[in-house]
Design a protein around this ligand. Sequence first.
Ligand SMILES: [Zn+2]
Length: 279
Amino acid sequence: MPLVSGHDIIADCTSRGLVAGAFNTTNIETTMGIVEAVERTGIPTFIQCAPTNAALSGFEYIHDMVSRRLATCPVPVALHLDHGKNLRAVEDALAARFTSVMIDASEEPYEQNVATSAKAREIAGPDVAVEAELGAIGGKEDEIGPDEASGTDPAQVADFVDRTGCDMLAVSVGNVHGYAPDARIDFDLLADVHAQSSVPLVIHGGSGLPAEQFGRLHEYGVVKVNIASDLRNAMIRSFGEAYVANPHEHSLIKVSRASVAAIADVVERRIRQFNPGAA
Ligand SMILES: [Zn+2]
C-alpha cells in the first residue's frame, strides 16, 4: 500500500495498545529487511531516515525506494524524518513527501525549542505528523546527540505540548543513543512525563536498552521506539562475516541477501519485544 501518514500509525497503535518500531534506513538492504519483518509481524511501523542517513542518496531517493518496496506490503508504514535539527531539514523531508517528521531543537533554550517546534508543526501541514523533543537525549549516533544529556522535566511537558502542537513527544528518561551499557528507562520519570502529556511519547536509543524494559511501554503512553544501531550492526557484521568466510566471494547479491535476512531478523525481534501480546 502507499505510505500512510504518521497520524495513522499513531492512531492505529494507540487504539490497539501497540508500540510502533521506528527503524532507520540508509540503503536498499536495510529497507528490504525492515519491510520483510513488518510483513511477518503485521504491526504498523515507521521507517525513518535522519539527514545523516541520507548523505549518500538524499531524501527523494529514500522516499522512492521505500515507497516502491511498500507497494506490495499490506501493513501500514509511515516514512519519518529522524532528528531534523532545523527547519530546513524538515522542509527538505516534506519536499520529498515524507509523511511524518521530527524537529529536534532540544539543545536550544526552552523558549527557542518551543518556537522552532511550533514552526515545524505549522509548515508540516495537517497531513504530516510532527515529533518534537523535550530534554536532550544523551549519547551520539552519526554525530547526532547533545554534548550534555538532560532529562525531560515533567513540569515543562504540558506547556511544551500545548504550545508546539506536536503530535508525539520524544523524551529523555534514561534512554541513550547507541549502545550504552548502563542505559535504563527510569519508569518513575516516564510515568510523571506521561501524566503531563496529552500526546503519545517516543523513546530514542532503543538498541541500547534492556529488552525486558520494552514489554509494558504502551502502558506509559509510548507509541514509538527508535532503533538504528541494531540495523547498522546487523548489516556491517553480515558483510564482514561474509568476507572473513571467503575473501574471494564474488556474489554480491548472495552477501546482500544475507544482510537483508540478518536485518529482518533483528527488526522482527524488536517489534515482538515491543508488542509481546500482539505480535
Ligand atoms: Zn534519536
